[in-house]
Write a protein that binds this ligand. Structure first.
Ligand code: PLP
Length: 440
């Protein structure tokens, strides 16, 4: 395939329609986007504007084709425009698009999720991961009667005020350490420790006189790039929460139905009190949930006093897409996707070795990532110390060759059931050329 120049000027020539649409978008939306990382600030150049997707591939408005490893930031575990999901949507849509009333679809999806994650005894559907984590923390505060929470640097839990402290990915990509507009009084209730540093977490909990309501963590970090927990870290957090009388919240918005069929509990044998899910459970439509221990969830209105509501929560189309996706994502299919992900990651590691480029790549289930670095990445500081400039050059060279990776060194990538051996092989060939180009 003919490599294209990575210069923004060349971008404008070859992606003329994308550039024209982005120019109009910039007059409407801050930075031309409706979510910051889409603006490509972390990698430079013009964003590509999506026209359509099918299976493992997307096409931009200029007709260029890409093998997609972003998959709408994780939800599309069956790939783009999965006929299974589209059929379910079509059938459901014919009956109406929203009722604001209970439906059987919500019950079916809820039962399916609880069957895979039995510790999610009771749950509440919402429409975004931000809503899920924000509500889970409100609930934890109400349940414990305490205000402070502990989170980890580089973990992103959505954009609610309490979480915009050292929040990884989007915030880091833009170089904003924190967000203006977050009241100092609220920010002071969010304590942050480095990921994988149990002693730092213990120290913070010990020093917090009024106690901690919750410890919230991404069990595998996906928002500082892909960073797995050290052996014993999650177990340590479980014990720390128990000793402190705090709730342990696993934010599985990204890891849920990606790192194992039953999520972090299955993969690590550690059970959270509350779990947040999103992305995959909506199969590409806006769905998330928070759930967990029945005695805690029973505090939610109307059963209990903790208020949380949503006009479109449990929307039938979203439920149908989630149900179709999760019913198809059997344990066997999960294993199949995991194997292909392992092959991709192994291939990428080999490219690094062959070209003499220090590269750390890893995966869990169908979630994967890499850093250009010589030493293992255990936390956000390590991630930031990796070669970010090389990442940018590699990203753009890969994009020009039709491989769409997450447009930030601080984001994880994904695989879908639609990524076959062909896509893996082709992507690896193109990534080899891209890395050769990036180091030339
Ligand atoms: N939690 C985690 C772990 C996430 O990765 C994200 C989004 O990427 C969120 C929460 C927020 O979800 P949403 O973007 O749906 O609000």
């Amino acid at each position: 395939m003919r490599p294209l120049s990575a210069s923004p000027l060349k971008d404008l020539e070859t992606r003329a329609r994308s550039a024209e649409i982005m120019a109009r978008a910039r007059a409407l939306f801050p930075g031309g986007v409706n979510s910051p990382v889409r603006a490509f600030r972390g990698v430079g150049g013009e964003p590509i504007v999506a026209a359509r997707g099918e299976g493992a591939r997307i096409w931009d408005v200029d007709g260029k084709e890409y093998i997609d490893f972003v998959l709408s930031w994780g939800p599309l575990v069956l790939g783009h425009a999965s006929p299974i999901v589209l059929d379910a949507l079509e059938r459901t849509m014919a009956e109406g698009t929203s009722f604001g009333m209970p439906t059987e679809l919500e019950v079916q999806l809820g039962e399916l999720i609880r069957a895979r994650m039995p510790h999610v005894e009771m749950m509440r559907f919402v429409s975004s991961g931000t809503e899920a984590t924000m509500s889970a923390v409100r609930l934890a505060r109400a349940f414990t009667g305490r205000d402070a929470i502990l989170k980890f640097e580089g973990c992103y839990h959505g954009h609610a005020d309490s979480f915009l402290a050292r929040a990884g990915s989007g915030v880091a990509t833009l170089g904003l350490p924190d967000s203006p507009g977050v009241p100092a009084a609220l920010a002071s209730l969010t304590l942050t420790a480095p990921f994988n540093d149990l002693d730092a977490a213990k120290g913070l909990v010990k020093r917090t006189k009024r106690g901690i309501a919750a410890i919230i963590v991404e069990p595998i970090v996906g928002n500082s790039g892909f960073i797995p927990p050290d052996r014993g870290f999650l177990e340590g957090l479980r014990a720390l929460a128990d000793n402190a009388g705090a709730l342990l919240i696993f934010d599985e918005v990204m890891t849920g139905f990606r790192i194992a069929p039953g999520g972090a509990r299955e993969r690590f044998g550690v059970t959270a009190d509350l779990t947040t899910l999103g992305k995959v459970i909506g199969g590409g439509l806006p769905v998330a949930l928070y759930g967990g221990r029945r005695d805690v969830m029973e505090r939610i209105a109307p059963l209990g006093p903790v208020y949380q509501a949503g006009t479109l929560s449990g929307n039938p189309l979203a439920m149908a897409a989630g149900l179709a996706t999760l019913s198809t994502l059997t344990a066997a299919l999960h294993t199949k996707i995991e194997k292909r992900t392992a092959a991709l990651v192994k291939g990428l590691q080999k490219i690094g070795v062959d070209l003499g480029v220090p590269l750390e790549a890893g995966h869990a289930g169908s979630m994967w990532g890499f850093f250009f670095t010589e030493k293992p990445v255990r936390n956000f500081a390590d991630a930031k110390a990796s070669d970010l400039e090389l990442f940018r050059r590699f990203f753009r060279a890969a994009l020009d060759r039709g491989v769409y990776l997450a447009p930030s060194p601080f984001e994880a990538c994904f695989m879908s059931a639609a990524h076959g051996d062909d896509e893996v092989g082709t992507a690896l060939e193109r990534m080899r050329e891209a890395l050769e180009d990036a180091i030339a």
